[in-house]
Design a binder for this molecule. Structure first.
Ligand code: GDP
Length: 459
């Protein structure tokens, strides 16, 4: 299927750094060559590939050292992030109308699957609970209107049409009028397909656009055409730029493409279109078609697509796991320190931050004296209490944090901390008491474990 070849050749890129300790300017050369070759083979255009490889290289070398990740995993992570960015980063949703129905103009060359995509999109929106109207304006291709009417009845979405004698902009205008009167949520206008970019039809498309002022103008492109698809999206935009940026703003009939629909993703195209469209045209892919059935349309998710390209199912979770591993390492480190008398207020704060950062206060709470059975309310109470502890620790001097026993001996120090943190002396005493008994308990635990021969199962 699509991207199989790409995934396979990227495998080689990871392999070439797997054995090394870290990524260096030297050892990324080989994987970069592999990545470059893989993308060109997938029919991504050369300038896009060049820019991409440069970004990956910079990010790979600049990336802070992540302990839990091996060099090949680190490279996977970087390539994943850059692929995601290349395809637009976030999912690009349809534009929400400020008032009235969403109006979506579908444009595209003949045979790309434009009419099918109009039907699929109608079904997609209908399933979301929207009241949808299809408008048939392709008066040139024989049977195009019948095709849409048939699709419409299959998915039970009404189709507005005026035959082939009325001009497309007029049909679109009347369709929108009907939609407004009957309170539709979305209008999808299927326009005339063309064999290639042709000025006369382009003008008509502009007129249709001006007639309905769409919220989205989607260009339907065929994934099988690879990097050509990207060029096409750009050409559609550029053709309009020829009318002039100034002019278009003056008369409000610019043909800005708000996004693309990439069809036939189910075929064995090589992936170049998906990878190039955003970068080449500046316009995101909003949907992909994945089959001939009406259900075969999906929103385009750059993140999922990047995962698929890397052939690793879910790279994100791989990276998250690595980051968890790092946290676990730090936690174990801290636990070790807790077992010794060296555990001080700095460690206490660090541990507190780590535990609350992980959203898992209960595991900390269970370590505290007399607190192994707690409910939600008690947890909130503990959390509040820790906030007061934090403020008091912040009022301590460096020396006091490192040598907690200083506080037990000195009422004047405790008074100063209370004033500095806006707490009472009783609260400061409570903190010290809690800390002391916690540390004592830790040391007892540690001695017990030393006796039983190990420190397992503590973190
Ligand atoms: P139009 O001329 O652009 O309106 O194209 P059509 O909507 O008539 O579609 C042309 C052909 O492509 C038809 O045979 C469709 O069934 C087929 N087609 C459309 N979308 C897809 C898709 O996502 N996957 C596949 N495999 N075929 C598709």
């Amino acid at each position: 299927a699509m991207f199989d070849g790409l995934s396979r050749s990227l495998e080689k890129a990871w392999d070439s750094v797997r054995r090394d300790g870290k990524l260096t300017a030297e050892n990324v050369k080989e994987p970069m060559r592999e990545i470059r070759r893989a993308l060109l083979e997938a029919d991504v255009s050369l300038p896009v590939v060049r820019r991409f490889v440069k970004k990956v290289e910079e990010a790979a070398l600049g990336e802070r050292v992540v302990k839990g990740l091996s060099p090949d995993q680190k490279l996977v992570k970087v390539v994943f992030e850059e692929l995601k960015q290349l395809m637009g980063g976030q999912q690009a949703e349809l534009v929400q109308p400020k008032y009235g129905p969403a109006v979506i103009l579908m444009a595209g060359l003949q045979g790309t699957g434009k009419t099918t995509a109009a039907g699929k999109l109608a079904l997609h929106l209908k399933k979301k609970g929207l009241k949808v109207l299809l408008v048939a304006t392709d008066v040139y291709r024989p049977a195009a209107i019948d095709q849409l009417v048939t699709l419409g009845s299959r998915i039970e979405v009404p189709v507005f049409e005026l035959g082939t004698e009325v001009k497309p902009p007029e049909i679109a205008r009347q369709g929108l009028e009907k939609a407004k009167q009957e309170e539709y949520d979305a209008v999808i206008v299927d326009t005339a397909g063309r064999l290639q970019i042709d000025e006369r039809l382009m003008d008509e498309l502009r007129e249709t656009k001006a007639a309905v002022n769409p919220t989205d103008t989607l260009l339907v492109v065929d994934a099988m055409t690879g990097q050509e698809a990207a060029g096409l999206v750009k050409a559609f935009n550029d053709a309009v730029d020829i009318t002039g940026a100034v002019l278009t703003k003056m008369d409000g009939d610019s043909l800005d493409i708000t996004g693309a629909v990439l069809t036939k993703m189910d075929g064995d195209s090589r992936g170049g279109a998906a990878l190039s469209i955003k970068e080449v045209s500046g316009r995101p892919i909003k949907f992909v078609g994945t089959g001939e059935k009406m259900e075969a349309l999906e929103p385009f998710y750059p993140e999922r697509m990047a995962s698929r390209i890397l052939g690793m199912g879910d790279v994100v979770s791989l990276v998250e796991k690595a980051e968890d591993a790092i946290q676990a390492e730090e936690a174990a480190e801290l636990t070790k320190k807790m077992m010794t008398a060296k555990f001080d207020f700095n460690d206490f704060l660090k541990q507190y931050k780590m535990v609350t950062g992980m959203g898992n206060l209960s595991s900390l709470v269970k370590m505290l004296p007399g607190m192994n059975k707690v409910n939600e309310k008690q947890l909130a109470e503990v959390e509040r209490k820790y906030k007061t502890y934090e403020s008091m620790i912040q009022s301590m001097t460096k020396q006091e944090r490192e040598q907690p026993e200083l506080l037990a001996k000195s009422p004047s120090r405790r008074r100063r901390i209370a004033r500095g943190s806006g707490r009472t002396e009783e609260q400061v005493a409570e903190l010290i008491g809690m800390f002391t008994s916690m540390r004592a308990q830790m040391q007892t635990l540690s001695r017990m474990m030393a006796l039983s021969g190990g420190a397992q199962g503590v973190a």
